[in-house]
Design a protein around this ligand. Sequence first.
Ligand SMILES: [Fe+2]
Length: 403
Amino acid sequence: MKNFPQKRGRYTDQAHVRVPTGTFELEHAREGFFSEEASHLYVTEPPSHWHRIEGDLRPRAVDCRKIVTADHEDPDALPTQLLSAAVWCGKKTLSFYLSKRQEAMPYIYKSVDGDEIYFVHDGYGRIETEYGVLEYERGDYIVMPRGCLYRVIPDDDRTFMIIVESISPYQIPDRGLLGPHAIFDKGVLRLPEFETPREKWDQDEYEVRVKRLGRLTKMWYDFNPLASVAGWKGTLCPYILNVRDIRPISMLNNHVVPTANTTFQSEDVLVTTFAPRALGNEETLRLPFYHRNIDYDEFIFYHEGNFFSKAGIEPGMFTLHPAGLDHGPHPKAFERDKANMEKLKAEGKDVAIGKSTAINFDTTHMLFGSAEMASAEWDGYATSWYDQAKEMEAEGKKFGPVY
Ligand SMILES: [Fe+2]
C-alpha cells in the first residue's frame, strides 16, 4: 500500500485542505504522522464524542497548579513523580516529574537513570554543574546529560518545572533538507558559564546523591565536587534552549504535523514545541485533524496562552492522550476558530495565527500516572468533547463540521 493511496467515497486529494463538506477528517497514521503509511477517513460524526468510557485507556487532564510537590515543602526532597513508563527488561525508560523547589538543593544530584529535560514553566535561578553555571528563566528547556553532577538553586519562589527523564540520550534532530539553521540555530543554545564561581556553601561536608533505578546512593565529601573542576574539553555538557528562540515551520495553506517541529529526540520520546505560528487559511484545517496516533502516547504541557485546539485547558495544566484513542479539537475550539476566521476576513486578512506555547512529549511507551497526578485531575475531561457539544446545543449553537 505504500506510495499508492487508495480512494473510496468522498475524500480530498490533498490531506487537510478542502475537506468534503459536512465531514471531519480523521487521520489513521503510524509513527506520529511522519510515516508514509497513513489514511484519512472522512467522518460525519467526530470520533472523540463518546458519552461514556470505561477501562485503562482514557484521555486525562491534570492541573499541576494544584499539586504541592515534596520539594516545595522540604528542600531535602526530590521532585514529585507524575507519570512513568512501565519498567522494560528491568529498565525504567521514561519518567515525568514536577518540581516546585523553593530553596536550594542541600545536596548535589546525579541521575544515572537517564538524560533529563527540565522545562521551566515559571521561576528563575541557577543550576551549578561541573561544567559551569547555567542561569535559567521562564521558557527554558534545560538538557542535562545522564551522569552530570548538578545543584538547583532557585532565585525566587515561583519555581514550576516539568522534568522528563529518558533512558536513551536526548539529541537535537537533523533538519535534513531544511538546513541546520531552521527552527533554531544551535548558536542560540546557552552553555554553562565556566568562570562563574560556584556558591559558597557553608557546611562541613558535601552530599552527592546518585539515582539508579529510582534508588539513591549517597556519599559525602569534605570538598565541593562542583567547584573542584579546573577545566574541561569535549562534546558532552548541559545546555539551555529557550522557547522564544524557536521559529517553527508553518504553512499558510496547509496544516503542518507536530513532528516537523521536533525540538529534541531520544529513542524513547520525541519532544515537540508548539510555538506561536501560522495555523492556515480559510480552505485548510487550522485546528488539528482528528487523529488515531496509534504508536504514541501524547503528553502535552500548556505553557502560555489559550491553546488553539482546547477549551477549558489553561497554562500550568497537561493532558495525556493514550495511543489507540481517537482525539481532536474541542467543540468550543472549533467555535472560537470559526469566529476568529470571520473576524480576520472582516479585517481583510486571511491567515490565522496561533499565539500559544505548549510542549509535547510523544512516546511509544504506555504511561502510567501517579497518585499525585490523580489528585489534580479534571474528572470530566474524558467526556469533555461530548459534554461541550451538548452545552453548545443547549445554548442554541449547533456543533458540526465547519467546512
Ligand atoms: Fe494528539
